[in-house]
Design a protein. Sequence first.
Lengths: 291, 415, 273
Amino acid sequence: MAEAARPTPSLRARLSGGLLVLPGVVWLLAFFLLPLLIIFVVSFASKDATGHVIFGDLGLRNYLEATKPEFLPAFANSVRYSLLTTILSLAIGYPIAFWISRHGGRHKILLLILVMLPFWTSYLIRTYAWMIILRDNGVANSILMGIGLTSDPIAFLNTDFSVVLGMTYGFLPFAILPLYVSIDRLDDSLIQAGRDLYASGRGVFVHVMLPLTMPGIIAASILTFIPAMGDYVTPDLLGGAQTSTIAKVVQVLFTSGRDWPYGSALGFMLMVITLAGTFLAIRALRHEAFG
Amino acid sequence: MSDRHDGSGIDLERELAHHMAEHRISRRMLLEQIAKVGAFAALAPIIAACAGGAASASPSAATTAAPSSTAPSASTAAVATATPEPTPVPSPESDLFIYNWDGYIGENTVKDFEAKYGIKVKYDKFPDASTQITKIRSDGKGGGYDLTYPGSTDVAPLARDGVVAALDLSLIPNIKNLGPTWQDPGYDPGNKFSVPNYWWTTGIAWNPKKVKGDITSWANLWDEAYKGKLGMLSDQQEVFSAGGFRLGYKPNTTDDAELDAILALLKTQKPLLRDYTEDDIGDFIGGQLWMTQAWSGDWVQMTYDDATKDARYVIPSEGAIRGSDVMVVLSGAQHPIAAHLWIDFNLDAEVSAGNSNYIGYMGPNLAAQQFIDPTILANPNLNPDKGVYDALAELVSLEGADLDKYTKRWLELTS
Amino acid sequence: MNRGGSRWLTAFAILIYAFLFAPIVVLIIFSFNTSRRNFVWAGFTTDWYPKLFANRDLLEALSVTLQVALIAVIAATVIGSLLGLALARMRFRGRGSSEVLVLLPMVTPEIIMGISLLIFFSQVFGQNGSLGQIAIAHITFCISYVAVVVRARARGMDPHLEEAARDLGSSSVGAFWHVTLPLIAPAVGAGAMLAFALSFDDLVVTSFNAGVGSTTLPIFIYSSIKFGVTPQINAISTIIVAVVAIALLIGWRLGTFEGEDRRQVAAETDTRA
């Protein structure tokens, strides 16, 4: 419907469109793409005996190296964690955004800011707080053992569970906010009409709400999936020996491994795959929504 | 991209002369600085060096050139304009920029130093050692800082690449306080570029409430009985050295067959591990780890917490690593005199002991021992007798292909 | 939605708010812990609060963090909103590549973005990191987040409204100010809040672009992991949360948040039905 509503652009619209993007595009070209170009060149370079990058013969060897299957488990972990995080964030975020928008009344903005309030403390301290809750002698285990649900502490930390929990906690606001702005825009009359048309709440949701809020769902998916793919701090702190991610591999190559050419090649492959996956998913979602 | 640097040597020298006149830097220091600056101006393709995280002068020029023999014309010109007063102890600058871990020195060290010398300290922090090294190498001369605390194994490559400056030991009289083994350490003979700060061992910490029997060997970290409660450090060289000790190999081995054997051994350990931990202290106190590879100073911190106050630590019988870190003055330091004063101040017996008592790491400072907490001194794990001490091995700084051998296997193990 | 459904929904919402605030409650409680290492509860003390105000480094780090966040939020919100609006509403040459350009910073691993900026500033401008350099880095990665949120709101917004305003004699600027901006305002606000959270929390990119005197709070806290995160850090987080909460409470009492509420009537009819 968004596509259909767009008018043929006048010259003025074209011009003002260009003017609106100009600051952003110039900024990103200067402070993102240009610096990135340095690393892009590095990804084709090699290094000498002391680890310094040499540009003498550029080639694809780092990329060929990076396609080796040894990183597949880490990559699979990254995709699994990111998908789970995205799905959970949408599943939790949508009802919350809907609730704030429709039942928040005059407290809507307050409720929205409250969603963000925990994120104005430091990430590390929040994560430490989760550790206090989840660790083997922590709050959760004390409660579970206290009421006799388990005799030995359950290993919550350093597992897939704690990684996905940490990521979902961290990225939930990134889903709730775009979902809210999208749901809040919906006209009640449309929902009312939908209710008259489809008897069930499910029908209204699938045929009216979902298509109309698809831009918000897409934005929420982008804002959770992409950062989750690149997040290495959460898996590092809450994860364990069996929860390696591809972002961590890139990190190791750049830091203790001191292999910038290889690390950047792997990084760029990760970027291309993530970007391609994202665009494919957006297309599929849009198709789903707009038929 | 490299335009900025072409011919900028002259300007830098003029600046330096001006700076020297202002701060009355000793003649020797000035000459040393010029050696570096001259070499820096003669930089090879900038991008090549910078992308390596190691923009620097060509190795030979920066580190081996004797101060008096390098860039004679430049130095005479600079000296002529500056007319330095040959004061034996030059007066220090008014600021000092330090780059270090948080909480790595005594609580009052900065305050006391500022009070004593009237120098204002800016104490910036880095989140991890890799960031530290990347940052100080980014411009090849310290990233704007005067002084930092790298691991001792980083000294040689940093000196070779001209990132750290040779020390003027005449400004550090307290260096006499160092114990005999630290007057001429293997990683930096004669303490030419660095002064040792703390040292520690890497061994095994365990919780006697949970782990039965006496722990003596690295093999204990392969004990199936404690599956899911075992930890190793998130440090490839430390982990591989532990595996190597079990197999009887020398630490720092670069032999492919030996490394493959270690990797195979470590792969049998991985399913038993809770974590390759970034925070051995927290994971131990939190109860996730009952037995873990740990640094001796971290074990001291574990015992500070009620939950694990009877934690124990051992230097395993097969052998163990002795690590240390150092203070270095960066080659681009704007306040080199103040940096030397800082080093001297921290070598003072009482200051050094104050630092050690605060964080639980032993200093190499012999004179400081009388002020160190007797429980630290009496502890054979923290202050082992000579026989044990001499058997400890140091890790070396791996580079290039040798480092790749470790990284490749480390990633294969952990991913 | 019927009454029962909405009650379930409210219960679910309360549960999720509890999930969001659970670690914050723990964090606040542990700011009163006597144990320096702060992992296990050892006893009650308020000592960390006065200690915190004597900790020059920590206060400086907080001040740097807030300054950076303020600059980054304002700049990224303005630039990102314009970008998001244009991407959603306008057709112009290079629109496709602009979309890719907006998403690229988000898919770029943080370490690559951090190191590329470090080298860029160090080798091209001879800069060794500073508050300004951190701010530039933060603006760069915040722009994308703001743009994506604003784009989602502006997409499918009726473009005839603006046209109509122009037809009625409004200038382009006037139409933008009186019609477009109010419509996208919630998204702009949401984008600004996300940008603040991102800037306030960033570690990796920041640590490579910090210089002398520009240690931020996340760098400070991360650096202290090695020798113990003291309850001082919890105390400073508690103060921030408390200040924001009090500001919210005052704003709420004064009715600041009672903006547009065209839905309330509908919601009430809803519950009656």
